[in-house]
Ligand binder design. Structure first.
Ligand code: GLY
Length: 380
C-alpha cells in the first residue's frame, strides 16, 4: 500500500525544523533532549514550574487565573476558573452561554474534570440551562460516587447544588440556528430566509443585515469549538477540564468526547495531562487523550505524543472512510479538525492539530501567557 502524500511521517517528524520543535513550550520538551522518566508507581511530589496549556480560547481565562497557579493554588481550581470565563461568554459560540444549540434549538452542554493527584473524575453530558457545567462536573466528582450524570438528571443535580436555571440560547445563536433550519432543505414547508443583501434592500437595520451576513458566514462551515485546559501546579500535580456545547445542530442527546474521560481529557499524576478539541467522534474512537498520556508515560515528549496519536487518528479515519465517504480527502488526509493539548510533568507542553493552522494557549512563568501556533501533522 502506498504511503499517502502530505503526511508528516515519523522520519519527516524526526527532522522537524527547530522552529516547529520550539513551538512546543517548556525548555525540556524538545525531541532530542527528552530523557525517559522511570516508571515509578509513586506520583511525583516535586516542586516544579507551574504551567497551563489549552485551546486558544483559554487565553483570557489564563491571563486572569495564572497568577493563582504561580501562587500555589490547586491545579483543578485554576483550570476550572480558566474555562468558566468562556462558559459565561456569549460571544464564544462553542461553549456554555451562547453556544450553538442542537437541531431542536436547545443548548446541551458536556463537561468533565479530572484530578491527577486523586485520580478521580466527574462529568455531565447533555445538560441544559446551567451556566457552568465544569463546576457541576466537579460536584459529580466530589459529591457522588459516580463519574458521569447526563441530561435531566444532571440538571436536577446542578439545581440541587444551587446552580441557577439560565437560558443559554442568545438572540444571536437563536437567529443563526433558525437560519440553519430554514436553509436545511428545499423539501420542507419553511421558506428560505431573506439574504443579507435582500435585507439591506428592504431597508432593515444595518445591524440586522450584519447579523444575517455573520450567520451566513458561520453556516458556510459546520461550527465546532470547545475549551480544554490542563494545569501543572508548583507541587507537580496535574489536573484538567474540558467543556463544550458540542457539535452545532447535533441530534438531541448526542454526546461528544469532552465529558468522556480518556477521550476529551485525561491526566495522571504519573504521566501528565492531555485534552482534545475538534471532532469528538475521532477523539472517542482513538481514546485520544488517554493515548497521548500513555505515550507521555512511556517517555515521549508532549509534541511527539500528540503527533503520534494524530497519526493513529489518520489511519483510523482512512479505514472508516470505506463506509463513511468524505472522512478523508483524495490524499487520505482527514477532512475534519482535531487538536490535542499536551502537558508533561516537567512543564513541557505542546499543541498539535491534524491539518491547517490555529493556535493554542500557554501560560508559564518564563514565557508569560500567550498564544502559540499549533503544530500540524498534515499540510493544509
Ligand atoms: N469536541 C467537542 C465535541 O465533539 O462535542
Amino acid at each position: 500500500m502506498s504511503v499517502p502524500p502530505r503526511e508528516l511521517d515519523r522520519r519527516h517528524f524526526m527532522g522537524l525544523s527547530a522552529s516547529a520543535a520550539a513551538a512546543a513550550c517548556g525548555s525540556t520538551s524538545g525531541l532530542a533532549g527528552e530523557t525517559r522518566r522511570s516508571l515509578s508507581p509513586e506520583p511525583r511530589r516535586l516542586r516544579t514550574r507551574p504551567v497551563l496549556v489549552g485551546s486558544g480560547n483559554c487565553l483570557p481565562g489564563m491571563k486572569a487565573a495564572f497568577p493563582r497557579l504561580v501562587a500555589g493554588e490547586a491545579p483543578l481550581d485554576v483550570a476550572i476558573d480558566v474555562v468558566k470565563v468562556v462558559e459565561a461568554d456569549p460571544e464564544d459560540r462553542s461553549v456554555g452561554l451562547g453556544g450553538h444549540p442542537n437541531e431542536d434549538g436547545v443548548v446541551q452542554l458536556d463537561a468533565a474534570v479530572m484530578d491527577g493527584a486523586t485520580h478521580n473524575s466527574g462529568a455531565v453530558a447533555a445538560i441544559e440551562n446551567i451556566l457552568h457545567p465544569s463546576e457541576v462536573a466537579r460536584l459529580v466528582m466530589e459529591r457522588t460516587d459516580h463519574c458521569m450524570i447526563v441530561g435531566r438528571g444532571a440538571y436536577e443535580f446542578a439545581r440541587a447544588h444551587g446552580h441557577e436555571h439560565v437560558e443559554l440560547l442568545t438572540p444571536q445563536t437563536r437567529r443563526i440556528w433558525l437560519r440553519w433550519k430554514e436553509t436545511l432543505s428545499e423539501r420542507d414547508d419553511r421558506f428560505p430566509p431573506p439574504s443579507a443583501e435582500d435585507s439591506k434592500q428592504a431597508s432593515r437595520s444595518r445591524r440586522e443585515a450584519e447579523l444575517l451576513a455573520q450567520a451566513d458566514a458561520i453556516l458556510a462551515e459546520r461550527p465546532t469549538g470547545t475549551i480544554h485546559c490542563s494545569a501543572l501546579s508548583v507541587a507537580g500535580e496535574v489536573a484538567c477540564t474540558t467543556t463544550t456545547s458540542g457539535l452545532s445542530w447535533k441530534i438531541p442527546g448526542r454526546v461528544g468526547d469532552s465529558p468522556i474521560v480518556g477521550a476529551g481529557l485525561y491526566c495522571d499524576a504519573e504521566a501528565g495531562s492531555a485534552g482534545a478539541t475538534g471532532r469528538g467522534e475521532a477523539a472517542i474512537l482513538s481514546a485520544g487523550s488517554h493515548a497521548v498520556t500513555e505515550l507521555l508515560r512511556g517517555g515521549a515528549s508532549p509534541l511527539e505524543a500528540g503527533l503520534e496519536v494524530l497519526r493513529r487518528v489518520t489511519r483510523q479515519a482512512r479505514r472508516a472512510a470505506a463506509w463513511q465517504p468524505g472522512l478523508v480527502d483524495e490524499a487520505g488526509v482527514p477532512t475534519f479538525g482535531l487538536n490535542f493539548y499536551v502537558l508533561g510533568l516537567d512543564g513541557g507542553c505542546a499543541g498539535v492539530t491534524l491539518r491547517g493552522g490555529g493556535e493554542y494557549a500557554v501560560a508559564e512563568p518564563d514565557g508569560g501567557v500567550r498564544l502559540e501556533q499549533l503544530v500540524a501533522l498534515h499540510e493544509a
